[in-house]
Design a protein around this ligand. Sequence first.
Ligand SMILES: [Zn+2]
Length: 375
Amino acid sequence: MLLSSGYFKRHKTKKRHRSLSALILSLLFAVSLFGGCSADINSAESSSPNGEVTPPEVIVESPGPVEMPAEQEVPEVPEIDFNVVKPNELGEVMVIMYHNLGDKNTDYARTAESFRADLERLYEMGFRTLPLRDLVKGNITTPAGYTPVVLTFDDGHITNFKLLEDQTIDPDCVVGIMSAFAEEHPDFGMHATFFFNGGTPFAQKDSVAFKFNYMLENGMDIGNHSFGHEHFKPLSAHEVEAALGKNAVQLKKLLPENYEIDLLALPYGERPAEGQRGTLIEGQYEGVPYKNIAILNVGWKPSVSPFDVSFDFASIQRVQSGDGHLQLTDWLDGYAANPDKRFISDGRADRVAIPAILSEKVDLTGFEGLELLEY
Ligand SMILES: [Zn+2]
């Protein structure tokens, strides 16, 4: 027994990262049941609140009509009381930068105990995890009145995801802690992005496949941190392409075919010289192209909202973990004193709700199908 049954229960409910082959199989199966009528297939599909198309689940043993799972029904979202929720989807979003867990708290390490306390405080203060991809796509599925938070972990350290000798997940590694926390607080979610360099992800070579599979099934993501943790500043465009492209190729070999390596955390937060920077966004290595949709800095402050006119997907600020000046604890203290600075969701992914006084700051260019509501 590798994991507690609780893990598997959660696996079953996660559909986001259904593999392409499973999707194709489901569709093919649906085609055979519906006699190949494409109109029926289309009507059997539905968009989830975050806009993804979910294929129908076919229940073979049912003698009656094909049953659709509950998630096919898109529930009516009740309108919020704007004066109570006070949504501000132009507020700040923290993209938190962690590295490894360790025996004591430093700028780069956090103890397991402090990491748990961070999650607890974020939860209590109304933060809910959001995938990085959803942030940059403006797909804010965070419930009304809550604030999205993006968790990131650089360098693929073993303390991020470690299997013990009996092949169970170390309850004191990041994934073990987040998984246990999500069991107790399912609405917090366990979305996080882990950024890797070349070499064995999480430093346990026999368990990479299990770990990546577990992560994808639980809404966690895998991103690029360059092959050799290079300093980008002195590199030529070609060298940057090699550092990013080679790593993307290696990581993709360990992942399902349809999984894109399109999230980048800059090593040391360094950028190549002006003129060479386009290769951070796209390039190719040995004929294999890569394209990044989010590029993260090594920062000291929250990101602006993706709907803010100054948002730049190629330069997203992060907040460093820790208790020092301008580190996570400091920002949380700040939000406790000034709660109106943070992003407050209106609970609808298809609508951007902002106080009318901020109307000059909003820019929805590039986001499709979003309705703007000023109040
Ligand atoms: Zn790093």
